[in-house]
Design a protein around this ligand. Structure first.
Ligand code: N01
Length: 542
């Protein structure tokens, strides 16, 4: 049933972790809210990315809501880094516990959102004929939700099944006895490849760029550990809020407060020392060094160390050579962690095709035609990522008061104030938008901070009977400049780096480094200072 002409305080687009918390927070303020979600249940990323091997790369203790102490106490994470089914079950539990679904309309896509100047309200329409008016539009659409399927000629002629890791069928896929091809070796491909290889008769991996990936060293969480965490959740949350990336889970040994921060310089080591470290610690040895992330020469030494380790794990020297990343630094792309990735190439039923030696020419009825030959397949998996950070916003036709479109406003790359708001679009809030720390941090911490900021902002406006808020052009320009400045000198913006952070994975997308890399705590404090200064950089109107 369509919501014909209903009026709300806020329309929330998306019912992943951000949308769910937005419903909870705003509803508790007495506001009328409704979320529109294209899936048939909650969970967002964890609803769609059900591919085999899908798992979070942030410890589950950190990757969980902090807003309700009882929820923390009653939920028992089973592994250091939870697999997709467990995270989806958590999302469903939260939806049940706080009765969120009554304010979510599933299987519905928001198509247009136009700001009407006269009423100063958003007019929103969906693919199911809903027409909603709302004071606020909250885009909780996620940073990695617009799946990218490259336009290969002939794809529609392929007679086998085609899947995208980010749109995995709910009922799962049985690959047994099949010849499967997978395109893409980012985080999704690297997680899926070992699992699919176990099921399929044969797996052909089409790799365009070899990746730097580190073993996850995942493990079950003991009852004692969980009990200890539960006693200390408040301190853990406080530490998260004051950390660079919101990952602090104690005692887990990677990036958190329990891990030893890197202090050594790789440029001060000898080749022999580096070899010994690889003998003792494998890939993890590379994490010891602090200069690797700040100095390109140090980084190249680490890359060489990495390649040596690949050749130790992969039996066939030719395959190992193809799997060795070259020509771009470690830390340029989003770090990838894996479970048995390189070992998978030692299996008899796995073939690696290095597309740098001859790219994909087209998809045929029976497989993939490359410049190196034709590969017969029964099923083809796209692990080709997402139109990241902007795709999900631009998927909705968002227009400001003068019929100005978000697409035009962002034609030279996204511009926002704090990654939360956009000049020219009053009462629009982006949750973890470009220009916020978002994907460089634990998304749970970042989304909660954003939604709290938005909720406090709406409360501030309501207390003063203000009807609209909009970022000024000057504040937005200054923020875009700040985002650029803090990204300089990092491996993310190294001249040879091409990543989805820069939009480089989508042909024709403007190359701009999109997330704020100054750290979560600095960002949070900036947001708080701006509020304390009376919403500096915003125009608030009665
Ligand atoms: O996508 P990607 P992803 N022909 O863009 C290749 C999060 N995530 O879904 O590098 C051939 O990283 C492309 O090649 P290249 C995480 O933030 C997290 O894997 O562009 N190949 C690349 O190998 C992650 O970073 C988790 O040359 C083509 C791959 O496809 C983000 O999601 C798990 C191609 C895409 O890699 C995205 O990861 C999964 C073409 N035309 C995802 N186009 C965890 O929490 C693209 N490729 C662990």
């Amino acid at each position: 049933m369509a919501d014909q002409n209903i009026e709300l305080d806020a329309v929330i687009v998306g019912a992943g972790f951000a949308g769910m918390y937005a419903i909870y927070r705003l509803r508790n303020m007495g506001l009328s809210v409704r979320a529109y979600e294209r899936g048939d249940d909650v969970g967002g990323t964890w609803y769609w990315n059900r591919y085999p091997g899908a798992r979070c790369d942030v410890p589950s203790i950190d990757y969980s809501y902090s807003f309700d102490p009882d929820l923390e106490q009653e939920w028992n994470w089973t592994e250091i880094m939870a697999a997709q089914p467990e995270i989806l079950a958590y999302a469903q539990h939260v939806a049940d516990r706080f009765d969120l679904r009554r304010d979510i309309q599933f299987e519905t896509e928001v198509e247009t959102a136009h700001f009407d100047e006269a009423s100063r309200r958003w007019q929103v329409t969906t693919n199911r004929g809903d027409r909603i008016e709302a004071r606020f539009l909250i885009m909780a659409t996620g940073s990695l939700s617009q799946a990218n399927t490259p336009e290969f000629e002939g794809l529609d002629t392929f007679k086998g099944a085609v899947y995208h890791t980010g749109r995995w069928p709910k009922e799962g896929v049985d690959f047994s006895g099949q010849r499967v091809g997978i395109i893409g070796t980012g985080s999704s491909g690297i997680q899926a490849i070992p699992e699919i290889a176990r099921d399929a008769a044969h797996l052909t991996v089409f790799q365009r760029t070899p990746n730097y990936t580190m073993p996850a060293h995942n493990a079950p969480l003991s009852a004692e550990y969980l009990a200890d965490v539960k006693r200390h959740y408040r301190e853990i949350r406080e530490t998260q809020r004051n950390s660079l990336v919101g990952i602090v889970a104690p005692g887990l040994g990677f990036g958190g407060s329990g891990a030893t921060p890197p202090t050594e310089n790789i440029l001060e080591t000898t080749e022999e020392e580096r070899r010994r470290l690889l003998d003792e610690e494998g890939f993890a040895a590379i994490r010891r060094f602090v200069d690797v992330m700040t100095d390109l020469t140090a980084n190249e030494v680490a890359c060489e160390m990495y390649r040596q380790q690949v050749s130790r794990v992969v039996d066939d020297p030719e395959t190992a050579e193809k799997l060795m990343p070259r020509g771009y630094p470690i830390g340029c792309k989003r770090p990838v962690i894996d479970t048995g990735y390189f070992e998978t190439f030692n299996r008899d039923n796995v073939t690696l095709i290095d597309l740098q030696q001859g790219s994909i020419e087209r998809i045929t009825e029976t497989g993939v035609q490359t410049a190196q030959g034709h590969f017969e397949l029964d099923a083809l998996v796209f692990a080709t990522g997402f139109d990241a950070m902007t795709g999900s916003y631009l998927g909705v036709d968002i227009r400001g008061p003068s019929d100005n479109t978000l697409r035009d406003a962002w034609h030279a790359g996204p511009k926002t104030y704090l990654g939360l708001t956009v000049h020219g679009f009053p009462n629009l809030f982006l949750i973890t938008g470009p220009g916020s720390p978002s994907v460089l941090t634990n998304m749970m911490v970042s989304t909660e901070q954003h939604i709290d900021w938005v909720a406090d902002c709406i409360a501030h406006m309501d207390d003063r009977q203000l009807r609209s808020i909009e970022a000024t052009d000057e504040a937005q320009e200054a923020w875009v400049e700040e985002v650029n400045i803090v990204s300089r000198g990092t491996m993310h913006t190294a001249p040879t780096c091409n990543s989805w952070y820069l939009g480089a994975n989508i042909p024709g997308k403007t190359r701009v480094f999109m997330p704020y890399s100054g750290g979560f705590v600095t960002y949070r404090e900036r947001c708080e200072e701006i509020v304390a200064a009376g919403y500096e950089g915003f125009t608030l109107s009665p």
